[in-house]
Every structure is written in structure tokens, then in C-alpha cells.
Design a protein around this ligand. Sequence first.
Ligand SMILES: Nc1nc2c(ncn2[C@@H]2O[C@H](COP(=O)(O)OP(=O)(O)OP(=O)(O)O)[C@@H](O)[C@H]2O)c(=O)[nH]1
Ligand SMILES: [Mg+2]
Length: 432
Amino acid sequence: MLFTCTLQRVASIQGQDFRHRVRAMNEPKDTQKPGFFRRILGKSEPAATVSAPQTDAESAAQANWWADLTSQSEAGQTGTQVLFADEIQPDVEAKSSLVLPDVAANPIASQFASQSASPAEVAVPAPKTSWWNRLKSGLTRTSSQLGRGISDIFTKRKLDSATLEDLEDLLIQADLGLPMASRIAGVVGKGRYDKSIDPDTVKIILSDEIEKVLMPVAHPLLLSGHKPYVILVVGVNGSGKTTTIGKLGATFTGQGKKIVLAAGDTFRAAAIEQLKIWGGRIGAEVIAREQGADAAGLAFDALKAAKESGADVLLIDTAGRLQNRKELMDELEKIVRVLKKLDPEAPHSVLLVLDATVGQNALSQVEIFGKVAGVTGLVMTKLDGTARGGILVAIAERFKLPVHFIGVGETADDLEPFKARDFARAIAGLEQ
Ligand SMILES: Nc1nc2c(ncn2[C@@H]2O[C@H](COP(=O)(O)OP(=O)(O)OP(=O)(O)O)[C@@H](O)[C@H]2O)c(=O)[nH]1
Ligand SMILES: [Mg+2]
């Protein structure tokens, strides 16, 4: 436990000089002392990259998968299947082995499941609770841990280097990253040494500083200038790619757009089925091939079909891949290359779906997927499943990539365009 925590801190420790500088500006020299993690790690500990562990079985499965893909691709295997919305029989009960949200509990999903509507007929009903309430409750784990920590640190205590040290540690634990944690501690401490500070004031400072970092990256995804607008969705295994495609598709069909989904995760039969079910729910065509088919070839066929059918948006699902598996990352490059044969500007967006629960590993995912797949924007999912939602702030600060959407649950209405102020206030436990 301590070891895991320490690794996370090591991964966070970049710009230690900065941390020193901020503190030096705010306190007398003789009060400076090394923080807990500095004390156990030593002063010049290098930053570490923490990679998601991969079992031998996973490695073998991925290697086999790649071998299968290559041989089928070389053999010129074809057989693309185009499924139109009214041909897809959503049978959620029969697919209970698939990882899908509870349709009965979701008004949008159940509406889609009970009808085979054309995109124009599908209207997205108003969600039961407001987005702000869902965002706030989704981020509860992060905000309550921060809120409790801030109260513990600042209630009935005067501000000194020890309280600021504790605040920094708390913010690092929420995965905000060391530069951000140091900066917030610096702002809190400025001019307040030996005075008491109300925990709510600390939360307001926290929210304001987070908002400053997030504001420049909060960009809506504009589906303009291309028809179809091609969105390639990438990410590691299980980050929420297929679910996000379903949610995005629901949003776009709700706006009256014609959507085509491409089942580019040809690795698992269940993944193809999962996308077909989403297609049935949202009234979208699904372009699919048999399991093990060449993903780049499938993407090519899907773009061709989307063009021919006059679709507004093509959403391409891909198999999850660990960012340190070169051969799998090469396959993503191939998909991009092949799409450009039909539209030199495609894909028009490459969305990296990040699972907030993986913490610091998300930083390495952004770095490597960014280089290989030319990521243009981010979607962060599962913010409801972690107390370390601050990772989004650390990513924004380091990469400055647009954040388009965030997900706080498994149902179609649990995804929304990213808004800096709302996120900052929710994470700090403040009202809108
Ligand atoms: N709590 C929560 N669960 C989510 C969210 N987004 C997705 N999930 C769940 O995460 C699990 C994995 O989602 P998928 O969409 O299958 O992930 P994927 O990236 O397509 O997975 P692979 O295709 O295996 O790489 C499913 O159980 C989803 O319902 C979210 O925002 N919050
Ligand atoms: Mg998937």
C-alpha cells in the first residue's frame, strides 16, 4: 500500500525546484523542512513512469491476436457486414455476459432498446437529474476526500509550513500533480503565516486555481467542415471507448445527426456485439466484420459506406491496447494511413479515452498515444469511480490537449461536454 502510494508520488515528482521556490517565497528559511515524500524518496529522485501491469496471459493473447490479424490481412480477408438500425435486434438480456450499462435503469437507453427508430425519430429525453447534480455526485469520492482532508488540516490550526506540507500531500494524493499542489499551497500560504484560515476559503482557492488550468483546455468538439466527420476512438483496454462511442452516438443522434459506427475492435466477438447493441439503441448503422478481421480494412470500408450513405458522423471503435506494445500501436497508425486514402484529412478527430481510475498511468497514455495516433482531444471516463479525479488537472497542465467530454457513469446521459468551472467547483466540493 505504502509502496503503491510512494510510486504514485515518485511519478508526480517533477519540478521539485519549483516546489522549493514556492515555499521559499512564503516562509522564513529556518522553517523549511523536507515533506514526507521528499524525506522518504530523497532530494534528487528521478521521475518514474508507472506502467499498467500486463500479465503473461494478456501478452500472449495480444501477440496471438496480432499474428491472426496479420495473417488474415495478408490473405486479403474481406466480408464486411453493414447492419442498419432496423436490422439490429437489441437483446440486452441475451447479452448479459457483455459489459453494458443497466438498460432498465437508464431512461435513454431503455427508450433506444425498445424501438428501432431511424436517427431522425430518436429524441433524447431530458435527463432525470441535472448534469450538475450528476457531476457533483460522480465526483463525490474525490471531493469528499479533499473536503475532509482540508477540514482536518485547517480546522483550529494556524497556518505554517507543516499545514502547507499536509495540504500539498493531500492534493498529490488526489493526483493533481506536484506543480499544481505546490502552486495551490503557495497561494493558500501567501500572507497568511501564523493566521488561521477557514477551510471554505481553502476550497475556493483550490477551485479557482484548478479552473485557471482547465479553462484553456475545455473545448467543445465541433463536428463541422467534414461530411462525414470521422472520429477515431483510441485508448488502453477497458478505458471506456465503446461505452463512450455509445454515449456520443446518443448525443449526436439526439441532435438529429446521422451516425455510422465502425466495429474496429475486431479482436473480441463480444466487442463487436457490444457496439451492435449500442447501434440498435441509438438508431445507427454499424459496420462490422467477423472477429479477427483486419481493423484498418474495416475502417476503410466504414468510411466508404458512411460517405455513400451521406452520414454526418462516423465513430470508429478500436481494440484496447497498452501504450507500451509497439506492434499494437503500429496498427493504429495503419488505420489512420488507410483512412487518409479516402479522405486526406481523416480522421478529423482522434479521441483518447482515459480511465480516471488509473491515476498517474494516464500521463504516459496521453504521451504515447499522442505521438503514435495523433490524439486531438481527450475524454475522461469513470470520474465517478475514483478519489483521484485530480488527474485530469495534472494532464491538462502538462499536455494542454483539449478535453472534450467527461464521463461520470455507465449510462448514455452520463457523458457531457467538459466545462472547466463546473468541474473545478465540483471537485472542490463547492456549489455551482
Ligand atoms: N462507472 C463508470 N463506468 C464506466 C464509464 N465509462 C465506461 N464504464 C464502464 O467501463 C467498462 C469498460 O467499458 P468499455 O466501453 O467496454 O471499455 P473499452 O475501452 O471499450 O474496453 P475494451 O474494448 O476492452 O478495450 C464497462 O463496464 C463500462 O460500463 C464511466 O464513466 N463510469
Ligand atoms: Mg471496447
